[in-house]
Design a protein around this ligand. Structure first.
Ligand SMILES: [Zn+2]
Length: 395
């Protein structure tokens, strides 16, 4: 992952202007925006998109440019304007049924659903200088402004000076307060109808200082190409959307925003060959604060804060000693496996997604071994559950 300030004042997106930008997304599609990163998509008038805060308290900066651009230049494009929008609402927060206006006073996006009802139109996107003032080196911290340049790069954006004032989804900063007042909870969402063909960009705000964004930046989801009257649950939609492989994709919850591959961790799912080796449990996609607690010598509990289907957080525990077995020095899934009796140095690694232990091989030796907990541990409505004997399920 490049964490460098690659989109500052030097033109480095020349190649983008020569290739054609991505085409319109017209069918239901889901896109996970990794923590601290951005994404943009061309959207057709008459479709809708939904923004989902997967873990809670995460701000998403949003910007929009009307298509087609005059002279094919994003620099001359009509764009979303917080000031025009505030003029249309007489300075009030935008409500369902109202529209985000452009700097030509045209309705660009209409807010059609909103489970939070708190957003911001007064603050600019966070920018490199802001982080420098806070003591970060330019290459040390991503920013929404840079994310926007990256995201709109395929449409010709090159410079930080081209970034426009955003609509800050889920940002709670009334009267210029800059206290951490995040209001969105896991599962909260808002939906916009696209009123005119445009390219819309989002930045999962990397501002993790002083408790903002819950003090920890997390991934968000955007569902694109939806019917304008779409009102089904996000869970139902995500299953229907293209690229759907469970919700959300593997490895999504990295603070760095790095999306790792499940492939490397394709591991044993118990005896038998040729079966799916996908992550069946995926508890880590909808939980955080994973840790181990050792209640006794032989009780190793995995604790995590899990999100329920209604978006509430519950701390749940599961006894891993009841789920794993030491099979002659190898860690495998088995109900009542009692692995801890012949293991030492048991710990969580990889941000709480894998268990590592040194296992006795029955001949006096010990072998380090890890297993990916997402394989068989799932979050069932806020509760950690062991998927027992599910090796034959296909995703
Ligand atoms: Zn930001």
């Amino acid at each position: 992952m490049s964490n460098s300030n690659t989109c500052g004042s030097t033109p480095n997106h020349d190649h983008n202007s020569k290739s054609s930008p991505p085409s319109f997304i017209t069918k239901p599609t889901k896109k996970l925006i990794p923590a601290s990163h951005g994404y943009a998509a061309a959207l057709k008038a008459g479709t809708s998109f939904r923004l989902i805060d997967l873990y809670g308290q995460q701000v998403i900066d949003m910007s929009a440019f009307v298509l087609p651009f005059p002279d094919n230049q994003i620099a001359s494009a009509e764009h979303f304007s917080p000031q025009y929008t505030l003029f249309s609402t007489k300075g009030q927060p935008i409500s369902v049924g109202e529209t985000l206006r452009s700097n030509m006073n045209r309705s660009v996006l209409k807010l059609t659903h909103d489970t939070v009802k708190t957003h911001d139109m007064t603050f600019m996107s966070c920018f490199p200088g802001l982080y420098e003032d806070l003591g970060f080196k330019p290459s040390e911290h991503r920013s929404c402004a840079e994310n926007m340049v990256e995201a709109f790069g395929p449409w010709g954006m090159k410079y930080l000076s081209q970034v426009k004032g955003p609509f800050n989804v889920f940002q709670n900063t009334p009267n210029w307060s800059l206290k951490p007042l995040g209001t969105s909870r896991a599962g909260d969402w808002c939906q916009f109808e696209v009123m005119v063909d445009c390219v819309v960009g989002w930045s999962c705000c990397p501002f993790d200082v002083e408790g903002f964004n819950g003090g920890k930046v997390t991934d968000v989801m955007v569902l694109l190409g939806l019917d304008k009257d779409e009102n089904r649950s996000s869970e139902a939609l995500m299953e229907q959307c293209d690229d759907s492989r469970g919700v959300p994709s593997e490895g999504c919850r990295h603070e760095t925003g790095q999306v790792d591959e499940g492939d490397e961790e394709k591991k044993r799912l118990g005896p038998g060959s040729g079966r799916s080796e996908k992550m069946l449990g995926m508890f880590s996609a909808s939980s955080d604060q994973q840790q181990l607690s050792f209640r006794s010598e032989n009780q190793v509990e995995l604790c995590a804060r899990c999100v329920s289907t209604k978006g509430y957080h519950f701390v749940s525990r599961i006894d891993l000693n009841d789920c794993l077995i030491n099979n002659w020095g190898s860690l495998e899934w088995a109900k009542g496996g009692n692995f801890a009796a012949s293991a030492r140095n048991i710990e969580l690694v990889d941000g709480g997604k894998r268990l590592q232990a040194s296992l006795g091989d029955g001949m006096g030796g010990f072998h380090d071994c890890t297993i990916t907990l997402d394989e068989r541990i799932t979050n069932e409505d806020g509760r950690l559950v062991f998927l027992e004997d599910r090796g034959t399920l296909e995703l």
